[in-house]
Ligand binder design. Sequence first.
Ligand SMILES: [Zn+2]
Length: 168
Amino acid sequence: MQISHQKVVTLTYKLTDHTTKEHIEETTHENALTFLYGVGGMIPEFEEKLAGKSAGEHFDFHILAANAYGEQDPQQIAMLPANIFHNEDGKFDDKMFQVGSIVPMSDNEGNQLRGRILEISDEAIKMDFNHPLAGTDLHFSGTILEVRNAEEEELAHGHAHGPHGHQH
Ligand SMILES: [Zn+2]
């Protein structure tokens, strides 16, 4: 069976930075990726490159940053007043908040976002709200493990079920 719209695909992959060759993440048989193909849950070009492949086939391709998580956007770097990071005692929690820490936050509209701390001073914290992979050209290589038809329920939910999919 070939990968096409509304098939459930299971694969393993290795993701590296296409430019620096740096390792980013890897999935194995134990934590394989299972997803419902063609419903917009994945990077569109990732799906395009996999179209027509069947179980046992390998893949090896890269996706430019602009078509993956986007370029680094300087507008997504913000200075926040340090006192919003103060604990109940009015002190800055320097164990929880360090340069490089990822901090879950929400914006004025209540959207969840994650920021990475770039700089800390007494008055302000400089944070980067870009996706961690913004500006990175992604290189994927891996193997298709399974391609199957989606169940009615999976189509209704818009995601894959099963051992590596949603379990609920
Ligand atoms: Zn579901």
